[in-house]
Design a protein around this ligand. Sequence first.
Ligand code: ATP
Ligand code: LTN
Length: 332
Amino acid sequence: MEQQKKTIFSGVQPSGNLTIGNYLGAIKNWTALQDEYNCIYCVVDMHAITVRQVPAELRARTYETLAVYMAAGLDPEKNTLFVQSHVPAHAVLAWDLGCYTMFGELSRMTQFKDKSLKHADNINAGLFTYPVLMAADILLYQADLVPVGQDQRQHLELARDIATRFNNSYSDTFTVPEGYIAKTGMKIMSLAEPTKKMSKSDANPNASVGILDSRDDIIRKFRRAVTDSDTVVRYAEGKDGINNLMSIYSCFTGKDFEAIEREFEGKGYGDFKLAVGETVADCLAPLREKFDALMKDKKYLEDVMKNGAERANYIARKTISKVHRKIGYVGL
Ligand code: ATP
Ligand code: LTN
């Protein structure tokens, strides 16, 4: 039975406090898949060092990210939950695949361009080859589906191109993965600049809402969210701030835009922002409680990591030996 299930792979970088963008665009959707698919979810710490990290913070966030996965409802018995650096095959396959990826392809990646502007003093080779490591993550596990937010579509397309190129050069080796991009929560925008994506590494603390923020902080940040000079709550072109708040509210309540417009008819932005803030805080409260309990038991989190790494290593090694045989490396 297990054999027939499709494989899903995804990951989040432990590069900051996870935002409601990460939650709605990624983690929340994963929990719905755990029974139907063979799911592998990774904390991609090797991707995180493409931007400078404080070692103690990276370590703490790695535990935290795993705890958020579990607090959001991912069961470590049903899913393979692991940390990327615990499976050396990711780096090995990334090297191999790098030789099947063109400089021109990597130069076109918008995330690379954005991050190069943001980190002009540290445009390192890892930032450039980031999508190759991401392709290795996915292809190592022969993933069929990759649930990610809209912002990762381009990287996923590249992973497909690399897989196809390798398969065509040798013979079928990799499953060519499909994206699995949720309709709602595709792209949550910054509360400070609603034309920019909400990102956990944004320097402005009011731009993003953390999954683990306190109730007061969540409500305060929504109250301060940048909107427009109109007063009517409705979804329309040019109303980026309101559109974003409506999307967030819709994701947490399941209400569609029309229902939201009706709910706030005759009320101003102030009432709407307060409602969004309170709803988000209420919805995240149980997650926060589970998270706190998990973080008190490091030993348990480490057991989950070890177990996950063992399972991941087993699958990854099989792919690596297949790839190496095809390339022409001598196997011993
Ligand atoms: P960073 O700021 O460190 O680049 P990030 O917040 O963009 O990080 P990632 O770790 O790169 O987050 O992404 C993890 C997952 O969360 C991906 O599937 C990504 O598509 C999704 N995601 C990130 N930000 C958003 C967002 N604003 N809206 C929807 N999904 C998002
Ligand atoms: N680049 C991704 C994180 C990531 C990922 C992956 C997602 C790294 N490896 C493999 C899906 C599959 C991001 O969301 N920024």
